[in-house]
Write a protein that binds this ligand. Structure first.
Ligand SMILES: Nc1ncnc2c1ncn2[C@@H]1O[C@H](COP(=O)(O)OP(=O)(O)OP(=O)(O)O)[C@@H](O)[C@H]1O
Ligand SMILES: N[C@@H](CCO)C(=O)O
Length: 301
């Protein structure tokens, strides 16, 4: 059996629309094993238990890339990463399927190839890059449409709190509300704030994080899709946190430089929104991992 563990990812990190992404310590584990039937999918919501399943689609893409047959397979999807909440559930599926195909055929897909294939499937590299590599990644597509990636260190002094609503916001819907142009002044605002944000995260500079995390590209438009945005932001700021919409929402992520403050945000947000999942997360610096086992015995990782 092949088990693939993929971290959730928080794309954009406020001011890095479609280019910044952070892997966090919240995971889904997807297992793959040989099957008598062509395809069995368990653990996923019913609507995804068919050949259109994104994990399976990515597995097929990986096999095709390697020019290998698509084997009969049983896929079990279990884990924390919720669907359409801005924590990169689609990237989890894509990365898991491609990585499984690679491991199935003896680690035949390199990390660079994985990045290319996953970006092709996702359409943008900001979630898949940290899901594969871990940490805070800045990524963009070059002239040949190939992903280029820079990784940043994130200060250990920072604490992240994910406030995950009990309602979805689909990326498709959240992209439709965005304008099609940006003024020169807003572009300058965005570039300067994004560059400052990466350094501020590296330094753990709470003041600069707060100053830098002021987005003009997506957050003002998407906040309207999250009815509790203002209340969540107030709770975060009341305890010294800086909040941004994770990915395309609905999750909102607060950053603090103090564990006590993070605990207070968890406590207060959970009290205000009892049906939500609110929890502290650390940065995942490893990215996707795999494990091959036989009759319960791990053969290699
Ligand atoms: N367990 C799953 N099984 C199959 N498909 C899934 C699963 N989880 C997510 N998906 C796919 O991913 C889609 C959700 O992707 P979407 O981009 O809207 O949200 P997200 O990736 O969770 O958030 P974001 O991209 O903002 O971080 C689902 O509609 C489905 O196609
Ligand atoms: N950068 C993407 C992330 C969600 O997939 C967006 O904000 O639409």
């Amino acid at each position: 059996m092949i088990r693939i563990k993929v971290p959730a990812t928080s794309a954009n990190v406020g001011v890095g629309f479609d280019c910044l992404g952070l892997a966090v310590s919240y995971y889904s584990t997807i297992s793959f094993e040989t099957s008598d039937a062509r395809l069995i999918i368990t653990g996923s919501p019913k609507e995804f238990q068919n050949a259109d399943n994104l994990v399976y689609q990515a597995f097929v893409k990986g096999c095709n890339f390697l020019d290998k047959p698509v084997p009969n397979v049983k896929i079990n999807i279990e884990g924390d990463v919720p669907v359409a909440r801005g924590l990169g559930s689609s990237s989890v599926c894509v990365v898991a399927g491609l990585k499984a195909a690679s491991v199935w055929y003896g680690d035949a897909i390199s990390t660079d190839q994985l990045l290319v294939l996953a970006t092709e499937m996702e359409g943008h590299p900001d979630n898949v890059t940290p899901a594969i590599l871990g940490g805070l990644c800045v990524s963009f597509l070059d002239d040949q449409n190939l992903p280029q990636v820079v990784q940043y260190h994130v200060s250990d002094q920072l604490h992240f709190v994910a406030m995950i609503p009990d309602y979805e916001v689909s990326t498709h819907a959240a992209r439709k509300v965005l304008p099609t142009t940006l003024s020169y002044a807003d572009a300058i605002h965005q570039v300067s704030h994004c560059a400052a944000m990466t350094k501020a995260l590296e330094l753990g500079d709470r003041h600069m994080i707060h100053e830098a995390c002021d987005d003009r590209m997506h957050e003002p438009y998407r906040a309207k899709l999250i009815p509790d945005y203002s209340q969540a932001k107030n709770i975060s700021e009341q305890f010294g946190g800086t909040m941004y919409i994770s990915g395309s929402g609905s999750t909102m992520m607060a950053i603090t430089a103090n564990e006590n403050d993070a605990d207070k945000i968890v406590e207060n947000a959970q009290a205000a929104f009892p049906k939500w999942t609110v929890r502290k997360m650390a940065v995942d610096s490893t990215g996707v991992t795999s494990e091959v086992s036989e009759r319960g015995k791990v053969l290699h990782r």
